[in-house]
Write a protein that binds this ligand. Structure first.
Ligand code: ATP
Length: 248
């Protein structure tokens, strides 16, 4: 079942077409990787899907709800973890989770918060303010806030930045568990090994346009790419393979 549906999304900043006629879908239980060079339009796309940026044209549906026409119902089903965790300076870890619980009307939050804190290794920091947390801990708190209301669509922008090896493993497991529980997950990252590992399908964009969409197997069916890693596929699809030649 289709949970995320982008149709002909275009977003302009002045004359710049940051996103240009982009269409793709993410189904229930799917983890899709959104990758592209710097400035390709990934963050802009995620911000439009999350309702932070208004699309110039095109439509975005979350579980059937249009993010522009029906934003409350769309956002109720959605969680967005930006690359820089956005937290409140004067709320503790637990207060962040309680606030999210109230905003999203999560009725079993009191029962779930302790286990969520354990899962994210934040139990010892429950009364800490964001300024007293490391970057990785802030990232984990943002993830906790995102998961508390059991979103059906999860958007992650560079979810592993600043995490230690155990944190990386936990976040990967958490993303996969979310998908197993039925969420549609869209992950944007430059860490191609992460994308290769956890994403069942990959959408590659360049200059705001989709240049490839498929499983790793499908993407490597092009001439000269048999058995290729995602890095080679990415460089070919984005027209950067010639530039990469000769590099160590
Ligand atoms: P990166 O991998 O470097 O994070 P990205 O694929 O996420 O890049 P975006 O941040 O979406 O790319 O940017 C796409 C284009 O839109 C870039 O050319 C960028 O300079 C431009 N852009 C992004 N945000 C704004 C803004 N608020 N105002 C004007 N231009 C912007």
């Amino acid at each position: 079942m289709r949970v995320l549906e982008l149709t002909d999304l275009t977003k302009l900043y002045g004359d710049l077409r940051a996103v240009d006629g982009l269409s793709f879908t993410v189904d229930r239980g799917e983890v899709v990787g959104l990758i592209g060079p710097n400035g390709a339009g990934k963050t802009t796309t995620l911000q439009c899907v999350a309702g932070i940026q208004r699309p110039g044209s095109g439509t975005i549906r979350i579980d059937g709800h249009d993010i522009v026409r029906d934003p409350i119902e769309a956002k109720r089903r959605l969680a967005f973890i930006p690359d820089e965790p956005q937290l409140f300076d004067y709320l503790t870890v637990t207060e962040h989770l309680r606030l999210v619980a109230r905003l999203y009307q999560v009725t079993d939050a009191d029962a779930r918060i302790p286990s969520l804190l354990e899962q994210l290794e934040l139990a010892g920091k429950h009364s800490a303010l964001p300024g007293e947390l490391s970057r990785g801990m802030r990232q984990k708190l943002a993830l906790g806030c995102a998961l508390l209301h059991r979103p059906v669509a999860l958007l992650c922008d560079e979810p592993l930045t600043g995490l230690d090896p155990l944190g990386i493993r936990r976040v990967k497991q958490t993303i996969l568990a979310c998908a197993r529980d039925g969420a549609a997950v869209l992950v944007s990252s430059h860490l191609l090994h992460l994308v290769e590992e956890i994403c069942g399908r990959i959408v590659i964009i360049a200059n705001g346009k989709k240049v490839a969409d498929g499983t790793l197997d499908e993407l490597s069916r092009h001439p000269g790419l048999a058995g290729a890693h995602l890095e080679q596929i990415f460089l070919r699809a984005t027209g950067q393979d010639a530039e990469a030649t000769g590099e160590p």
